[in-house]
Design a protein around this ligand. Structure first.
Ligand SMILES: Nc1ncnc2c1ncn2[C@@H]1O[C@H](COP(=O)(O)OP(=O)(O)O)[C@@H](O)[C@H]1O
Ligand SMILES: [Mg+2]
Length: 341
């Protein structure tokens, strides 16, 4: 079945029967119906997301500096001279575009996670490009965030290569409905974005255990760089992540949301960013479509559950593995290609 789907010859009718959601359905039935436009700025701008998250006492990576204008370029050197590790990113970027992960210094050079060295001039050019809108949505002028480097937790060190992994959780009306662990690869250059070549590992909502893994929409069983098996992974602190994701509903007022979490080696789970148009490849990595779960949540009466209650609900209802841990899957739906990442 999986091979058929990956071969790409399955009909749209069959995809629908399997509960796989495509881009049109996502945009029309979920994003435009459940995401009020005036709430978008809170998630489309990473600086605003940080402010809103901190007000709600959600933990986020440290913000070290903000660069807003070209006039400030000359002050970059002074701002980063004492920093051994940091991340430069566009406030309005997405898909890992324009993100520079600096993991160390070598004299006056800045070392990327791949080992590549950059000069101060390279860094300044990068900042100028971000400001001019090279990496932002619709090419709009942007601002630059300089964040503290999140350190890979020991649990993930053998399965994420040259970069911190992140955990994407789709939250619908406050219910976490599907999850995916994204692992950096050499190709993804310090970033755990699927479009950059990261590996996506579907994660069972009920248990935090891995389901299947994909790279560029193809199933894989091992990490391409480390060779580690991606089967039988268990994400630590999974319940904490579900609670954090569920809270993002009240914090943003967005009904259909992609919530990205990173785990810092010493600080634990942190909210990295939020997305009002989360991608659809998560369905392939989870071996099932989103639609049955979305419809399930839509069919619930609104009884104003707390975020804790919503998490308890999904843990009971959106289960991939049998509770006895026999490893047998309750396969509701199979994966498909032809969906956007
Ligand atoms: N502060 C950070 N420390 C370490 N890695 C980071 C940091 N910020 C981002 N990254 C890496 O870059 C990826 C993309 O970052 P993110 O902020 O989600 O931007 P985008 O909107 O482009 O996806 C993350 O999944 C992570 O691997
Ligand atoms: Mg992201």
């Amino acid at each position: 079945m999986i091979a058929d789907l990956l071969a790409g010859w399955i009909s749209p009718l069959r995809l629908r029967a399997l509960g796989i959601m495509g881009m049109n359905r996502r945009n029309i039935s979920y994003i435009s119906r459940y995401n009020p436009r005036h709430r978008y700025p809170f998630v489309d701008n990473k600086l605003k997301t940080k402010v809103v998250a901190q007000k709600a006492r959600l933990r986020v990576p440290d913000l070290l500096h903000v660069v807003e204008t070209q006039h400030e370029i000359e002050s970059i050197e002074a701002r980063i001279k004492d920093l051994a590790e940091f991340v430069i990113k566009p406030a309005q970027g997405s898909g890992g575009k324009g993100i520079l992960v600096i993991v160390g210094r070598d004299g006056d050079q800045y070392v990327k996670s791949s080992g590549t060295r950059l000069s101060l001039t390279d860094i300044k050019r990068h900042v100028t490009n971000i400001l001019s809108g090279l990496h932002s949505l619709g090419g709009r002028p942007d601002i630059v965030l300089i964040e503290g480097l999140v350190k890979v937790s020991p649990y993930f060190s053998s399965i994420s290569y040259e970069g911190v992994p992140d955990i994407r959780i789709i939250v619908f009306k406050g219910y976490p409905v599907m999850g995916m662990l994204r692992l950096a690869t050499h190709a993804s250059d310090g970033k755990a974005n699927l479009h950059q070549g990261a590996v996506g590992v579907g994660i069972d909502i009920a248990t935090g255990r891995s389901v299947a893994a994909v790279k560029h929409n193809q199933l894989v069983t091992h990490h391409p760089d480390t060779g580690e098996s991606l089967q039988d992974l268990m994400v630590p602190d999974w319940k904490t992540m579900l609670l954090l994701a569920s809270r993002c509903y009240e914090v943003t007022g967005l009904g259909y949301l992609g919530c990205d979490i990173v785990v810092d080696a010493s600080k634990g789970p942190l909210l990295l960013e939020l997305n009002a148009r989360p991608g659809l490849s998560i369905q392939i990595a989870n071996n099932r479509g989103l639609l049955p779960r979305l419809r399930h949540v839509e069919s619930l009466e609104d009884h104003y559950l707390t975020f804790e209650d919503r998490v308890d609900y999904v843990v009971q209802h959106f289960r991939h593995y049998e509770p006895d841990g026999a490893g047998e899957t309750v396969t509701e739906h199979a994966p498909a290609t032809g969906v956007s990442a």
